[in-house]
Design a protein. Sequence first.
Length: 326
Amino acid sequence: MFKYKGVHCPYCNKEFTESDQIVICPDCGAPYHKECAKESGGCVLTLLHEKGEQWQPPKIQTDEEKYDGSTSKRCSRCGTLNSPDKLFCEVCGNDLNKQEPGETPPAGGVNQNPYGSYQQTPPNFMAYNPYTTPFGGVGPDEEIDGLPVKDLALYVRDNTPYFIPRFKALAKTGKGGGWNWCAFFFDFYYFMYRKMWGMAILAFVVSAVLSIPSLISSFQMMQAVTAGADTIPDLPSSFLLASQVCSMLSWVVKGLFGGFANRLYTQRTFKRVHKLKKQHGDAPDYSTILSAKGGTSKLALILCIVIPFVLSFIASIAYVFATIPY
């Protein structure tokens, strides 16, 4: 059995593997990669040397200790038991610090289960089943496009039962992306919510361009009403035709967004997770990085709704004051 399993080099903080060349500090007994020992020029654990103490390997938790409900955080979404220091669920990426009261019985708290906390299921909570939620029937240890399903779930965070099966189908056959009603109806707002910034900008620009004829028409009618005209002026037939064509094209574009949104999100997710895995795959907080970089942005969605409303309100007030005769 490998003696240094689960032990990290004090210099580079990378976990030792059986193929590593390991050297030992003659004073405190701390293990180092051979290359790290040469690069550091000596043991970096000077505090141990000053106290005359010996290096001790970290305690490896047993399965029983690791999944003891009294010391772990149970995810309110999928039921996974996570270590106490985790901010997000290691399986589905749910924020563990925003559990609803009563969902996760804390050790020693008022909601503690009086019958013991070891592998107990909180009240009104469905027990975790890895083949139903949160992976939509896909095994958590499977790989899609060379990426563990757990990593993809951590990145997606919200609505993983919907996306994970589609990821698998698209990666395997290139088909099965399905129709996305949210992207169809809300295009720009949906892409902002999903942090698809490039698609959000494209959707906004296309929508703005196609709405120009209707905006001009509305502006002319507003001018006529404000001026007290008895009739609304007729618009050129070519202008009306352009307005109708743009209206039809806007629905066609919405259809394209609805039909290709899942495919585009799949491609973006694979690309981002591959990049994050390459950059931070060995980092101890890799799960936290995935959850932070992925997920959704409710703030961006709120700002996209509030800011245009505020600007429109200000513009309306300014227009009214500008047209008041003095």
